[in-house]
Write a protein that binds this ligand. Structure first.
Ligand SMILES: [Zn+2]
Length: 229
């Protein structure tokens, strides 16, 4: 298994990707013996129309699954101003995921749409709530399509913030991200991780093999580590 894809929803890609799903999906993947590593979370879109009881029950299931060795990350969770429930509810669910991530010692995968100022504020708020020494886990902003300034702000906020790029990204931002903070992903697209990597490496003017070697190191440094079998 050559893990290079930081975030993917397609179970057939389990050999190369961190498979990201809802608590129900990840529970099913594990029960049916999918041979891979997983990321589990309640997506911000799923907060729309959900009752408090339902959200609490699903977050509790995230917490249970997050403790399993096959689960290597928590999320995706985050904030989406265009889709999903009330922003206060999204923020509450995000905070629950941050707590789970810290408790189980696994990185957090973020979905952020038109909420970059809020995610930066949450990041700073969490720094205060947890104190830097307690907030240890990496945060991975997945499917980043923002600009150079947004990328710079997020990367500067914490030494453990990473940015994951998919097939579509802002090339100027891609060039500006420090090499040791960059990841790549296929998410739910049909392209392969090698195609994404080639595109990002070309945008940065880097050799793709060297770029992929760095991505593997970054996944490891971010705490995405496969369990020993
Ligand atoms: Zn996704």
């Amino acid at each position: 298994m050559d893990l290079t894809d930081a975030h993917c929803h397609v179970a057939e890609r389990a050999a190369t990707a961190v498979l990201s799903g809802t608590p129900e999906e990840v529970g099913r993947w594990i029960d049916t013996g999918v041979d891979g590593v997983f990321s589990v979370g309640v997506h911000p879109w799923e907060t729309a129309g959900a009752s408090c009881d339902d959200l609490q029950r699903r977050v509790a299931e995230v917490a249970r699954l997050a403790g399993l060795p096959q689960v290597v990350a928590v999320g995706e969770t985050g904030l989406d101003a265009l889709r999903g429930g009330d922003m206060q509810i999204q923020e509450r669910v995000l905070c629950e995921h941050v707590r789970i991530s810290e408790r189980v010692g696994k990185p957090l995968v973020l979905h952020v749409v038109r909420s970059s100022h809020r995610i930066m504020a949450s990041c700073r708020g969490m720094e205060r709530e947890f104190k830097p020494a307690q907030l240890r886990q990496a945060w991975i902003w997945h499917g980043f399509r923002g600009g150079e300034e947004e990328a710079r702000q997020f990367v500067r906020l914490r030494s453990r913030n990473y940015i994951s790029l998919g097939y579509r990204f802002n090339a100027v931002a891609a060039r500006s991200i420090p090499a040791d903070r960059l990841l790549v992903e296929t998410d739910d697209s049909a392209v392969t991780i090698n195609e994404v990597a080639l595109r990002v490496a070309e945008a940065r003017g880097e050799n793709v093999e060297a770029f992929m070697a760095q991505v593997r190191r970054n996944l490891h440094d971010a705490g995405i580590v496969r369990p020993c079998r």
